[in-house]
Design a protein around this ligand. Structure first.
Ligand code: ADP
Ligand code: MG
Length: 247
């Protein structure tokens, strides 16, 4: 999707340590409304940690994360509020096993956002319809396949009406035949103009969904490029090496 020029996220000189160990080393990134950013990089380079910082799941030691001008790296951040605007889906769909699909989806809209049951249910049903799972609304997670659970986890995040979605290797735990159904949901969101930051190892998907590819290694962003550029002429040897392994 073409971006609109409206700046949503601005990350400046972000540094993050686990103990003595530096895992994010001066990250700088700006994301405009409607942009799809794909983050690639070897295992352990800091991709998940970066997304978790954007969602308040990891504290940041130095630098700034601004969402619409509000600094999220400061002390007094209401993450419950921010997470309504920046939704996240993880590798291991964390659905509550004792709750039906519908109750899983409605938990945030009803308890956190204090919305009307009827209105929230209508939205949940529309979203379920969109991912082809409306008829499973009263099932429990154990009755669903991995791909179905992951599509429900995406619906649950979307039902909060976030402005930005973060996806952290959401197909990495899935059997190959279920990967496509989940990627198609994310492609659909991109076509509708959703702003997203996606960590994935699916290179074909990265190429087709991304407006920009961010390549990370050892806690640093090594390269930011258009997919066409990145996949044909990566700027760094590290990126070339990474592509040689994955393609
Ligand atoms: P990626 O998602 O790119 O595979 P991660 O962000 O998960 O990488 O991890 C980056 C580095 O931080 C790795 O070296 C990892 O071992 C380390 N790390 C991640 N989480 C923790 C943690 N909670 N405590 C200590 N080290 C961690
Ligand atoms: Mg990770």
């Amino acid at each position: 999707m073409a971006d609109s020029g409206e700046l949503l996220l601005k990350v400046t000189q972000l540094h993050k340590y686990f103990g003595e160990r530096k895992v994010l080393d001066g990250i700088e990134l700006q994301v405009e409304k409607g942009e799809v950013i794909v983050i690639l990089g070897p295992s352990g380079c800091g991709k998940s940690t970066f997304l978790r910082c954007l969602n308040g799941l990891e504290p940041v030691q130095e630098g700034a994360i601004q969402y619409r001008g509000q600094n999220l790296a400061g002390a007094a951040v209401d993450w419950r509020e921010v997470r309504q605007h920046i939704g996240m889906v993880f590798q291991n769909y964390e659905l509550f096993p004792h709750m039906t699909v519908m109750d899983n989806i409605l938990l945030g809209p009803l308890k956190v956002q204090k919305r009307e049951l009827k209105e929230a249910t209508q939205q949940a049903e529309q979203l379920l319809e969109r991912v082809g799972l409306l008829e499973r609304k009263l099932d429990y997670p154990r009755q669903l396949s991995g791909g179905q659970k992951q599509r429900i986890a995406i619906v649950r995040a979307l039902c909060m009406n976030p402005e930005i979605m973060l996806f952290d290797e959401v197909t990495a735990s899935l059997d190959p035949e279920m990967v496509r159904e989940v990627l198609d949901v994310i492609l659909g969101l991109a076509q509708q103009g959703m702003t997203m930051i996606i960590v994935t190892h699916e290179m074909g998907f990265a190429k087709s969904v991304g407006d920009r590819i961010v390549f990370m290694d050892q806690g640093k962003i090594c390269e930011i490029a258009a997919p066409q550029q990145f996949f044909t002429h990566p700027a760094t040897e590290r990126a070339q090496h990474f592509l040689d392994i994955f393609q």
